[in-house]
Ligand binder design. Structure first.
Ligand code: NAD
Length: 316
């Protein structure tokens, strides 16, 4: 019986785009991947190189190069084409260049007839996601940014080391901007289902050395720590992208901290930022409104304020 092929385009065949493709191929997440880059030869070369993985994988993924206008039949378009901040710059400093690139790419993809789900990694990711929504005119559920999914993974990794458990046994989220104003919603962090704050209260002596502010700061700085040493990050974010795409294509309903357009949730509108959401074949199936503490609500509002100021500077 003929089965509909699951097709993904990756725009930007750089470090993040190729890490995402490699991860998807090794996990058999889709049937076809189309690589796109403004340097067409780079997309062709990566497609060829990636297609040579197939003899050593579980299932075959067809990989080929294409153009923005060829995305009509795709289920998901992953956007990784963008400007990388230079040392000393923040992610928000590259907004002007990112806006120009994103406008051009998204309008050409949508004019070509694409009607699936956009998944965005290009920085500053919350604002680029907002731009994609505005330029595409898609409903908000079909525009998803990687948001604080990677920061939440970093948080879980740090906590897994402190408490000597598998990171997947830790549940919790970094929320808000994928950037300097993000915060950890400590009131909702659990380890094996047990609230972290209760664990610390119950075992005061044993965990006396645990400083939550330091862990939150390390979570926030983790990207820069990698960036200052090797000039980029790629594998964590490549896997985060693949994880989101898998949840869409398999309708898995995984809960992931993604960047989503807010329409009243957490008292916010006209902004995109990291919040937990159920991800399925419709894209964002539902946003989760956590019962944040008063202090966390203030941090969330502060982060949204920074993002809104950046959005106000756009040509939308
Ligand atoms: N969201 C996250 O957590 C996260 C993590 C790492 C990187 N990033 C962001 O992802 C983006 C890509 O990072 P990278 O390290 O892969 O950069 P890179 O320079 O290695 O790759 C970017 C690629 O995009 C291509 N490109 C640029 N403009 C294009 C256009 N108009 N059309 C088609 N292709 C175009 C370039 O030729 C290049 O191959 C950056 O914005 C970076 O800041 C985000």
């Amino acid at each position: 019986m003929a089965k509909k092929a699951r097709k993904v385009t990756i725009v930007g065949s750089g470090l993040v785009g190729t890490a995402c493709a490699y991860s998807m191929i090794n996990q058999s997440i889709c049937d076809e991947i189309m690589m796109i880059d403004r340097t067409y030869d780079r997309a062709v070369a990566h497609a060829l190189d990636l297609s040579h993985c197939m003899d050593f994988t579980q299932t075959r993924t067809k990989v080929y190069a294409g153009r923005l206008e060829d995305c009509r039949d795709m289920d998901v378009v992953v956007l990784t084409a963008g400007a990388n901040p230079k040392p000393g710059q923040t992610r928000l400093d590259v907004l002007g260049e990112a806006e120009k690139i994103t406008r051009d790419i998204v309008s050409r993809i949508v004019d070509g007839g694409f009607d699936g789900v956009f998944v965005v990694a290009a920085n500053p990711v919350d604002i680029v996601t907002y731009i994609v929504r505005e330029v595409s005119g898609f409903p908000r559920n079909r525009v998803i940014g990687t948001g604080t999914s990677i920061d939440s993974a970093r948080l879980k990794t740090l906590l897994s080391e402190v408490f000597a458990v598998d990171p997947r046994s830790v549940n919790g989220y970094a929320m808000g901007e994928h950037g300097d104003s993000q915060f950890v919603a400590w009131s909702h962090v659990t380890i094996g289902g047990k609230p972290l704050l209760h664990i610390l209260e119950q075992h005061k002596e044993r965990f006396r050395h645990v400083k939550l502010d330091e862990i939150a700061q390390k979570t926030k700085d983790a990207g820069w720590e990698i960036f200052t040493r090797k000039g980029n990050t790629q594998f964590g974010i490549g896997n985060a992208l693949a994880y989101i795409v898998r949840s869409i294509l398999n309708d898995e309903h995984k809960i992931i901290a993604v960047s989503a357009v807010l329409e009243g949730e957490y008292g916010q509108t006209g902004v995109c930022c990291g919040v937990p959401a159920i991800i399925g074949d419709g894209g964002i199936e539902e946003l989760l409104e956590l019962n944040l503490t008063w202090e966390e609500q203030q941090k969330f509002a502060h982060s949204c304020g920074i993002l809104k100021a950046a959005i106000a500077s756009l040509q939308l």
